[in-house]
Design a protein around this ligand. Structure first.
Ligand code: NDP
Length: 283
């Protein structure tokens, strides 16, 4: 029977450590880490994410500066706010909640954030630094996956890792991070033939697809480790991952559940990046 990797508990421990670090920054340097959170429009899912991020900041002692802008905000107005925040000494991280309304060019917005405040790690400079093995800010969800492996004592070096999904926010960067830790990495996507056969060779599977329980238990190599990033709803409304958890659990060495696996880690790593940014501002 496989081990269930408890992301909720690991995230709780990491947040407790962050709370202590924040107290240290305040007491020793008079610096309170600050995160600016920008939301454009009223996408209900985005509103929930923004609320969770602000709450998580408050829990560890990070100040959040909330900027909720109307749907019709122009790209120029958004960029002008970002430039102000780029120069604001109390702001150590800037987060623009995606997706943005269609009339705004997301890449131009991401490029507008100062790379040294890009706590999401999405700025092309930061993606480039990650790709050459010199990361400045690691993107949060992929870093959360790596932390789950590290803290669970799962070694990556020399392993066959298969990443299913190649998005810029999850698949691609998590593959780069596994490579940096010396795994042999295979990227799969919607045009990969014989996906079950590729997955059958994997010691570590990272699923970032967005398709409910697409990866079946019998696709997996016995003793594999599964990190399931997917967040999907079944027909009955319940939440599930990209991997059929109940089928996989008896077969694997370890697997993350959905919910309670990667999800809680993403915001935790955002908090960590903000604290790192604040720490760098002292030097
Ligand atoms: P995207 O939709 O951007 O990417 C999905 C990837 O899956 C694409 O590369 C796509 O291939 C690939 N794919 C789609 N269908 C198949 C298939 N049948 N076989 C193989 N590959 C396929 O999604 P994201 O990367 O943004 O997110 C992935 C999942 O992770 C989602 O469920 C999302 O909700 C979740 N997520 C969870 C987070 C968390 O904190 N827990 C954070 C971010 C995302 P192609 O490129 O060819 O189209």
């Amino acid at each position: 029977m496989g081990h269930c990797i408890d992301g909720k508990e690991i995230a709780r421990q990491l947040r407790a450590e962050l709370r202590t670090e924040v107290q240290g920054l305040v007491a020793e340097h008079g610096v309170t880490p600050g995160l600016a959170v920008i939301l454009v429009g009223q996408n209900p899912a985005s509103q929930v994410y923004v609320r969770m991020k602000k709450q998580a900041c408050a829990d560890v002692g990070i100040v959040s500066f909330s900027h909720e802008l109307p749907q019709e905000t122009s790209e120029e107005a958004l960029l002008s706010l970002i430039y102000t925040l780029n120069n604001h000494p109390d702001v150590h991280g800037i987060l623009v909640q995606m997706p943005l309304p269609e009339h705004i060019n997301s890449l131009r917005v991401l490029e507008g954030i100062a790379p040294e405040k890009d706590v999401d790690g999405f700025h092309p400079n930061n993606m480039g630094l990650l790709a050459i093995g010199a990361p400045h800010f690691k993107p949060c969800t992929p870093w959360g996956c790596m932390e789950l492996l590290r803290i669970s004592g799962i070694s990556v070096a020399g392993k066959q890792a298969v990443v299913v999904g190649r998005s810029n926010i999850v698949g691609k960067p998590v593959g780069l991070m596994l490579l940096a830790e010396h795994a042999t990495v295979t990227f799969c996507h919607s045009q990969t033939p014989q996906l079950p056969e590729v997955i059958a060779r994997a010691d570590i599977v990272v699923a970032a697809i967005g398709r409910a329980e697409m990866i079946r238990g019998d696709w997996l190599k016995p003793g594999a480790v599964v990190i399931d990033v997917g967040m999907n709803r079944r027909a009955d409304g319940s939440l599930c991952g990209d991997v059929a958890y109940d089928e996989a659990l008896p077969r694997v060495a370890a697997i993350t559940p959905v919910p309670g696996g990667v999800g809680p880690m993403t915001i935790t790593m955002l908090l960590k990046n903000t604290v790192i940014g604040a720490g760098r501002s002292i030097a």
